[in-house]
Ligand binder design. Structure first.
Ligand SMILES: *[C@@H]1O[C@H](CO)[C@@H](O)[C@H](O)[C@H]1NC(C)=O
Length: 195
């Protein structure tokens, strides 16, 4: 009788501990996800922001800096993938105008990649003293990346472009441009609260 009681009590306390730990972890996950969601309201494309960054919520926790960093990481990954796709496409059959637009675009994307990489580098250095310089470099480079992406899209907007290639390229670049715009908004938000 006594044994059973002790066993049950032990069992009960263990279950209680497990449930508490679970609730705590659910609470943390909710808090982190809510943080991503509320930070995304500072961006122009909040839905894209949330779908692209909610998977990183446990890494971001509730840090505006990590949020901006993760946004840059995701933008870089997307720009890389798009650039690779365009390089593949440029070896397919294109008319001369399309081939020229594609070449320009690949070049502009290479600049974008460079600017995003430099920004990520500055993000890693941010904790040191020259905070304002790094922040301003980052804002400049991410804005430049956005301009490069827009230039690329404009090259594909002309009427003489083949419908399928145009739609495909335009769609991919647009996602990169929206991710870049979101990353810039998150950097600016981080800058504004850092003082
Ligand atoms: C960004 O990417 C770097 C390199 O892959 C990684 O080490 C870092 O943890 C990432 N940071 C965030 C906040 O996603």
């Amino acid at each position: 009788m006594g044994e059973t009681y002790r066993f049950n009590r032990h069992h009960f306390l263990t279950s209680l501990l497990i449930i508490t730990a679970m609730l705590k972890s659910v609470h943390t996950i909710t808090t982190n996800t809510e943080f991503v969601k509320s930070s995304c309201t500072f961006t122009t494309y909040p839905r894209l922001c949330f779908t692209s960054l909610s998977t990183q919520a446990s890494l971001i926790q509730t840090s505006p800096k990590l949020m901006a960093h993760a946004a840059l990481n995701i933008t870089l990954a997307s720009a890389k993938a798009t650039s690779a796709m365009m390089v593949r496409l440029s070896s397919s059959r294109l008319n001369p105008r399309e081939a020229a637009a594609m070449r320009d675009c690949v070049e502009e994307l290479a600049d974008t990649l460079d600017e995003l990489r430099k920004s990520i580098g500055e993000m890693c250095r941010l904790s040191t003293s020259n905070y304002e310089v790094y922040m301003s470099d980052m804002q400049t480079w991410v804005s430049a990346a956005l301009t490069d992406e827009n230039t690329c899209t404009e090259g594909f907007d002309r009427d003489e472009m083949n419908g399928k290639t145009k739609v495909l390229v335009r769609g991919k670049i647009l996602v990169v441009a929206h991710l870049t715009s979101n990353a810039l908004a998150l950097i600016n938000h981080f800058a504004s609260i850092h003082g």
